[in-house]
Design a protein. Structure first.
Lengths: 312, 298
């Protein structure tokens, strides 16, 4: 499937989702917002995963984005969704820019472990800060949109439309990036870094850029989830949250910028059913699914579509 | 002065505990190049099995000393069963995959095992205080320290010593070192690497379960302990250099003392001091304190 068609398809789906938000039941709207927002974080992971890097600490930027929105609300009374997402992106982007100087030197397991360490540092700070509610976190109010404050019954639907717009913009930009020269270096770095260096490109810089992109997407996702849920707590930074993002990234595959959102929606729908009917074995189901995907669908669920497309 | 004694002893106790938990992880990593996330589940299975066994043992009023054998027995049974099951049943088929993919496989195993713990033992906490309470306290410079904790130090030293002896002074240990050094060449020399892998993984699992089993008497054994512990063990292993036993010793000492110092002097950083140490060490020694240098392959 060519990526222009992917973007066109995403446009249609995003508009359809945004419109449908005003007609379907509230719980579906909520799942829609959450899965699209988390899909943004997974999209960031995908950018890294294509170079062979797995970050077990993407929860760091997810939590930074969420706490940026929360703190702006707590101290400045800001509720605007546009400002919130921009703040989340700015804070996470700055954080990943600084940490990236260190992380861009690492690969493989060290990259995974070090990114996890930074997430756990933030978790430790948040748990110990009583002004921010410690492990309980705190509540933030429903967002407004450039002065427009939707009523209680449509608030989530408006947020869904907003999220769909953010997702569309991000997916388009990441798609552009992956077709640029820097983007084409991705798989080259994965295959052989030293040869890329001999071609005259800086591998460290390329990975730094990817890390910042992933951080920004993580921050945007965290900011949107914070607005949708209306509550944030330190568990957003814990390593199991990051593990969940990695799970969805594996589930989705890296073939297309649409894959993370597709995977994320499936994941959230499954989770909401599992929580209702089989809460005790939810992690077991996840584990078995992860094993099956790694063994039989190493390129993720999206590869199912690609095979079919090729057969035609 | 008292604070320094407290930091010193608490630090040593914590370091011993960290070493017991991390040494199995680093052994498996060094020999098999498998970063085993499921090690956290070996820990929680060991803790639950020990707490459950000790509970049954002491309700029957059998002689107290036997309780310690129950703890050790629980660790061995859990380690052998889970280790064999996972290595023979799963990992064996995936060794040709990327290292990072293997991490995800063991992460999946962790998810499965964590729910299995809940299915087997339920969500209520277990307490198995008897082995710890029976030993009493010792005063060091006027401060009482539980003898059980001091015994952990001895156990860690013993474990480290046995591992060192096996690796350096037995036939099989030297085979293991050969495999760590160059797996392919070891195969050519006729070493049965597949069997060594199984043995190593089972020993690693026993060590992980032992870490949990000896901890059970001093904590409330409740859901989620494995998930907490595995990231601490990672930090120790990464600080020491992946796959290095000496590194695990130095790493646990460093982290143990830093943690105890933080608890006594600056409690607000207690939760993340370990990751702070890890970041500092890696910033200056990117492959850990004792990590092997890596060849650049063109």
């Amino acid at each position: 499937m060519s990526s222009d068609r992917t973007i066109a398809g995403l446009c249609v789906v995003a508009v359809a989702l945004a419109v449908a938000g005003f007609f379907v039941p509230a719980w579906m709207v909520f799942i829609g917002v959450i899965s699209l927002a988390k899909g943004l974080v997974v999209l960031g992971l995908m950018v890294l995963w294509r170079t062979g890097l797995v970050s077990f600490g993407q929860s760091l930027y997810y939590a930074l984005g969420a706490y940026a929105v929360g703190l702006a609300h707590l101290y400045w009374g800001l509720t605007d969704a546009f400002v919130g997402v921009l703040l989340g992106v700015a804070v996470a982007g700055f954080g990943s820019f600084v940490i990236g100087f260190l992380l861009a030197r690492y690969r493989d397991l060290f990259f995974a472990m070090l990114s996890l360490a930074f997430a756990m540092i933030l978790y430790g700070v948040l748990v110990k800060s009583e002004a921010l509610g410690s492990t309980d976190g705190f509540v933030i109010s429903v967002p407004t949109f450039a002065g427009y404050a939707p009523g209680a019954d449509t608030a989530q639907a408006v947020l869904l439309a907003f999220t769909a717009a953010v997702v569309l913009a991000s997916a388009y930009l990441i798609d552009r990036y992956q077709k640029s020269t820097a983007g084409h270096l991705t798989t080259a770095i994965r295959d052989n870094e030293i040869r890329v260096e001999y071609l005259g490109f800086s591998v460290r810089q390329a990975i730094h850029v990817k890390y910042v992109l992933a951080g920004i997407l993580g921050g945007a996702g965290g900011a949107l989830v914070a607005m949708a849920v209306g509550h944030i707590d330190p568990d957003m930074a814990y390593w199991t949250t990051a593990g969940e993002f990695v799970f969805v990234a594996i589930l989705s595959g890296t073939a297309s910028v649409a894959a993370p959102f597709f995977g994320s929606i499936i994941f959230e729908v499954l989770r909401s059913y599992a929580m209702q009917y089989a809460a005790h074995v939810w992690h077991m189901v996840l584990g078995v699914a992860l094993l099956l995907i790694i063994m039989f669908l190493p390129d993720g669920l999206w590869s199912l579509f690609r095979k079919r497309a090729r057969a035609h | 002065m008292l604070t320094f004694v407290a930091i010193g002893v608490d630090g040593l106790v914590y370091a011993s505990w960290l070493f017991l938990v991390a040494v199995g992880l680093t052994l498996v990593l060094g020999v098999m190049r498998v970063l085993n996330v499921a090690h956290g589940s070996f820990y929680s299975f060991g803790a639950y099995a020990a707490a459950w066994g000790v509970g049954i043992y002491f309700t029957h009023g059998w002689p107290d000393a036997g309780g310690y054998f129950v703890v050790a027995g629980a660790a061995i049974v859990v380690g052998v069963v889970l280790g064999l099951l996972i290595e023979r049943g799963l990992l064996r088929w995936l060794y040709d995959r990327d290292e990072v993919v293997i991490v995800l496989v063991t992460y999946a195993v962790l998810l499965i095992l964590e729910d299995s713990v809940l299915l087997i033992w339920g969500t209520d906490p277990y307490f198995a205080y008897q082995p710890s309470a029976l030993l009493g306290n010792t005063d060091i410079a006027g401060l009482p320290f539980p003898n059980y904790n001091l015994m952990l130090i001895a156990l860690a030293v013993l474990t480290g010593g046995i591992l060192w002896w096996v690796l350096n002074h037995t036939h099989r240990g030297k085979f293991l070192q050969a495999v760590i050094h160059d797996r392919e060449m070891s195969v050519f020399l006729g070493i049965n690497v597949a069997r060594l892998f199984t043995i190593t993984f089972v020993i690693g699992a026993i060590l992980g379960a032992l870490g949990g089993a000896v901890t059970a008497p001093v904590i409330s054994v409740s859901p989620g302990i494995g998930v907490e512990v595995i990231v601490l063990a990672f930090a120790v292993v990464v600080i020491g250099g992946m796959g290095s036993i000496a590194g695990a010793i130095i790493g646990s000492l460093l982290v143990g003392l830093a943690h105890a110092a933080a608890v006594h002097l600056l409690p607000s950083v207690e939760l993340f001091v370990i990751y702070g140490v890890m970041t500092l060490v890696l910033a200056f020694r990117p492959r850990g304190l004792f990590g092997p240098a890596q060849l650049r392959r063109i």
